[in-house]
Write a protein that binds this ligand. Structure first.
Ligand code: FAD
Length: 322
């Protein structure tokens, strides 16, 4: 019996969420004294999953699965779970995984807990902590079915390198025409920008930026760094930025490698959502702003002077190192 993880990918590359579910599954496997098997559907280089703790990767390479199809994917993952006699299956909480998880739960006669934020509280009984009421509360859920499915909240656990020499094995699930009753025929992307969930770098702006008209420099800095843009709650409440950019306790969690906070005071509710980020850089004109206590690097200065200079230097650095 192994723990099975479904590792999401796009265009033949694993998403950040894939590495997070493997990191998480590795620690659950340690609790249960077992190993981690990943299912990769037209995914990337399996050794990348090994870096986060996958012991084995079942590689499904099938052109019919080149676009996400919840029913077919759920059928393929079910067959992988049965092959591995998995009692615990871990998925992310992406829109795709939330779509396929209930189908998989039916396929495996399993209990499914979504939005899980920590390692299981206990293995027997199997109890997990989840967010509820759009992140305003937590609940402890017991899953008592033989097979358990965990939907890990994105960025709640973070990435933990835990090198294992993953063995790759070709896996060919048997899929029927019934699996392909609904198919995506084309994809038209609204934006090419990196999402907060997948971003390695996040540039975030707060009320210190005074108004939405000043976001040009935040976007420019994000563009230079290949980063996603984010904001504090009041900024999205006032309609300066879309709600999808609100990070913190009541917004999206961020677990990027680099989080740059500009004109954000560092209230506890903001920090609660970004603490999992590795390196935090703060730009604020008030040396007493609470964010400096949580920062790895801080610049005390006016954002309207510091950020344009930072953009200029980064552009210079990039052109010298192109
Ligand atoms: C139940 C609850 C949940 C909440 N959830 C969240 C949440 O999820 N996320 C969140 O962000 N907040 C949340 N909040 C709100 C939180 O308490 C703070 O009010 C909010 O984070 C403050 O936003 P801010 O830092 O952008 O603004 P402010 O607190 O107004 O801070 C602005 C900062 O900008 C600095 N500044 C001003 N001018 C400049 C300049 N020219 N250059 C550089 N710096 C400048 C100031 O020194 C100040 O530190 C929540 C509150 C509650 C009660």
């Amino acid at each position: 019996m192994s723990i099975l993880v479904y590792t999401e990918s796009e265009g033949g590359k694993f998403k950040k969420a894939a590495f997070e579910v493997v990191s998480y599954a590795k620690e659950v496997a340690a609790m249960l004294s077992t190993t981690v098997t990943a299912v990769s559907i037209n995914g990337g280089d399996s050794s990348e999953l090994g870096a986060y703790g996958a012991d084995k990767v079942l590689e499904v390479n099938n052109d019919k699965l080149s676009t996400f199809n919840a029913k077919a994917y759920a059928d393929a993952i079910k067959q992988a779970a049965e092959k591995e006699a998995a009692k615990v299956v871990v998925l992310s909480s992406s829109a795709d995984s939330k779509f396929l998880a209930p189908l998989l739960a039916v396929n495996l006669n399993a209990g499914y807990a979504s939005n899980v934020v920590t390692l299981p509280e206990s293995a027997s009984p199997f109890k997990v902590k989840r967010t509820a009421f759009t992140n305003k509360a937590f609940n402890i859920t017991e899953i008592s079915t033989d097979v358990k499915i965990i939907g890990l909240s994105n960025n709640a656990f973070g990435l933990k390198e835990n090198s294992a020499a993953a063995t790759a094995e070709a896996f060919e699930p048997i899929l029927s025409d019934e699996d392909f009753g609904v198919n995506v025929t084309s994809i038209d992307r609204a934006t090419d920008k990196v999402s907060i969930a997948d971003a390695e770098i996040v540039v975030s702006g707060g009320r210190g930026l005074k108004g939405p008209e000043n976001w040009g420099m935040i976007e420019e800095l994000a563009d230079v760094l290949g980063a996603a843009t984010a904001c504090s709650k009041p900024v999205s409440d006032m309609g300066w930025r879309p709600h999808a950019e609100h990070v913190g306790q009541t917004g999206k969690p961020v677990a990027s490698n680099l989080y740059i906070a500009i004109g954000v005071s560092g209230a506890i509710q903001h920090l609660a959502g970004i603490n999992a980020s590795k390196v935090k850089v703060v730009i604020n004109n008030d040396a007493e702003a609470p964010f400096f206590k949580a920062a790895d690097y801080g610049i005390v200065g006016d954002a309207f002077e510091v950020v344009p200079k930072l953009i200029e230097k980064l552009k210079e650095f990039k052109s010298n190192n192109a």
